[in-house]
Design a protein around this ligand. Structure first.
Ligand SMILES: Nc1ncnc2c1ncn2[C@@H]1O[C@H](COP(=O)(O)OP(=O)(O)OP(=O)(O)O)[C@@H](O)[C@H]1O
Ligand SMILES: [Mg+2]
Length: 267
């Protein structure tokens, strides 16, 4: 009797297996579509943030910056006049001129850090070289930037992500590696086939990177976790190699083309 039922139960089992496979495929598509929507949303939020930074950088540069320049010119003239009449006001006015000059420098630097115009106008390589040069002038650290195969402009969103990753990695190296002003940092951004690779390396203190990128376990700041998320949302991967006492190397690879939406759910 059990032999007689055998063919039917086999059919039933394979029908169920087929059903489960279809259900799995549907769930997988739904998941992919959900992930795609979340990634698009995260990208949109970052795009708004970058736009806002651009706007504030522009206001700082053109609004506050122009007014401070006008103030500086006026004070300069007043210093010259005061020196002519020997009223004793000249030293005070010179001091005020010094304050105006410093305020102007700070406004310009803040504006460039928020959103360097050079990134929009000239592209990634000039912007990275500018960042290396200014950071080097400020800290005394030797910063080498090399960009093989990066002659052409990339997608603006991709250029922005790469710039922000290098900015965070360089800031971290300056803040945490303890290399001091005699040390050096190496930045490389290269185009290889359909990918862009980047690395930022120091030979400083190093740290236990397993603690930093474990999700939900960020001991100190959030800079590295933020750039990890930003790289992943762009379809890339960030990795950290750090050996205490030997140094740190931050690497990322990002696709040149952004992802295409998954196929329709259902069917
Ligand atoms: N190049 C480095 N050398 C040594 N330690 C590092 C380096 N980069 C990061 N770290 C360690 O990893 C921690 C986490 O870095 P992360 O960028 O996430 O935060 P942060 O720099 O402390 O703060 P934030 O980026 O939010 O301003 C740092 O506090 C530091 O201890
Ligand atoms: Mg940081």
């Amino acid at each position: 009797m059990s032999e007689a039922r055998h063919p039917d139960s086999m059919k039933e089992v394979s029908r169920r297996v087929e059903q489960i496979a279809q259900e799995n495929a549907r769930l997988f598509q739904e998941l992919a579509a959900g992930e795609y929507r979340i990634r698009r949303l995260a990208k949109a939020i970052w795009a708004v943030q970058e736009e806002e930074r651009k706007r504030i950088a522009g206001e700082l540069h053109d609004g506050l910056g122009q007014n401070l320049t006008a103030l500086k010119i006026q004070l300069d003239l007043l210093v010259q006049e005061a020196q002519k009449v020997d009223s004793g006001l000249a030293p005070k006015l010179s001091e005020a001129l010094g304050f105006a000059e410093r305020a102007l420098e700070e406004a310009r630097e803040l504006s460039h850090l928020l959103r360097p115009r050079i990134l929009d106008d000239l592209g990634l390589e000039p912007a990275l070289r500018w960042m290396g040069r200014t950071l080097s002038e400020r800290t005394g650290i030797d910063i080498q930037v090399s960009c093989p195969g990066l002659e052409d402009r990339l997608d603006p969103d991709l250029e922005t992500v790469i710039f922000r990753v290098v900015q965070e990695a360089l800031t971290n190296a300056v803040k945490h590696s303890g290399i001091g002003n005699k040390g050096s940092l190496q930045v490389e951004v290269s185009r290889r086939g359909a990918w862009v690779h980047l690395s930022v390396e120091d030979q400083g203190a190093g740290f236990d990177s397993s603690l930093v990128l474990a999700r939900g376990k960020i001991p100190n700041g959030s800079g590295l976790a933020n750039i990890r998320d930003r790289v992943e949302v762009s379809g890339g991967k960030l990795s950290i190699r750090s050996v205490p006492g030997k140094g740190t190397r931050i690497e990322a690879r990002l696709p040149l083309e952004s992802e295409t939406p998954p196929g329709p759910v259902g069917g």
